[in-house]
Design a protein around this ligand. Sequence first.
Ligand code: SF4
Length: 295
Amino acid sequence: MELLHFDGQIWRPPYEANSQLLQVTSGCTWRKCKFCSLYHGTDFRMSPMSEIEADLDVICRYQPEARRVFLTGANPFALSYGRLFRIAELIRRRLPWCESVGMFARITDIRPKTVDELRNLRHLRIDNVSIGTETGDDSVLARMNKGYTSSDIVEQCLKLEEAGIKYNLVYMTGLAGMGGCVAGAMRTAEVFNRLHPYIINIVSLTVFEQSELYAELRAGLFHEASERERLIELRTLIERLTVSATVLGNTVSNILPVVGFLPADKARLLGEIDEAIGKWDEDDMRRYREGIVSL
Ligand code: SF4
């Protein structure tokens, strides 16, 4: 049996379920976000071009008409412009039906690339990236060691827009900790409203043992927001967003799944959240959170 090369943790967003996965990196270049345990124990590694070519040989045999390829690893967009260009060219040559290539990117991965370079990548069908922004609140970004500010988010996403690359932004409820979530949502709405995200992907903080935040939690240095506070935070964010975007909050970390289009579905989404705020019991919600064993 022919197997593709996959090392360590493989994670893709739910909306990439139908995409052909292709490993070009493993692990994360940053590994410093306090809440993160996703790539714990996996060192960052670039796949050699020979390995990528071998995987494309296999894909050509089993999925020759793949339309969308998702490059795996925490942030393959950290690869240099030249390397991404070569990978995208290779995909175009081997998978002529492929219309679209996506991957995860950190805000800091966009910075070294010029708009012209981004445009060239777009011409080679790298047309959509998912960015784990988590929040637009500068104090929370700094507290969680994300390695960039809200101004960086705006500056780098506007470069993607200029180059014609769509992007999805992640918002993580609960990340500000007890008492800070609503303010975090308000600040984030201000940041996101300056941009044109394609999807706003909602997740909610679930603290796992391998994360630095877990140690802070145990030491009493971080206090988790209640589930009710997170629902009010989510309501605040959605109410204040003026963008036209898909809202997708349907991962295991979302106690209340929220899926819709803004602005068309705003009233429905707010109604669903209000109902949960009014009816759902905090202890039940907490039990759900504690039952999550992996993301
Ligand atoms: S959240 Fe993303 S960027 Fe931060 S350490 Fe985890 S994988 Fe890396």
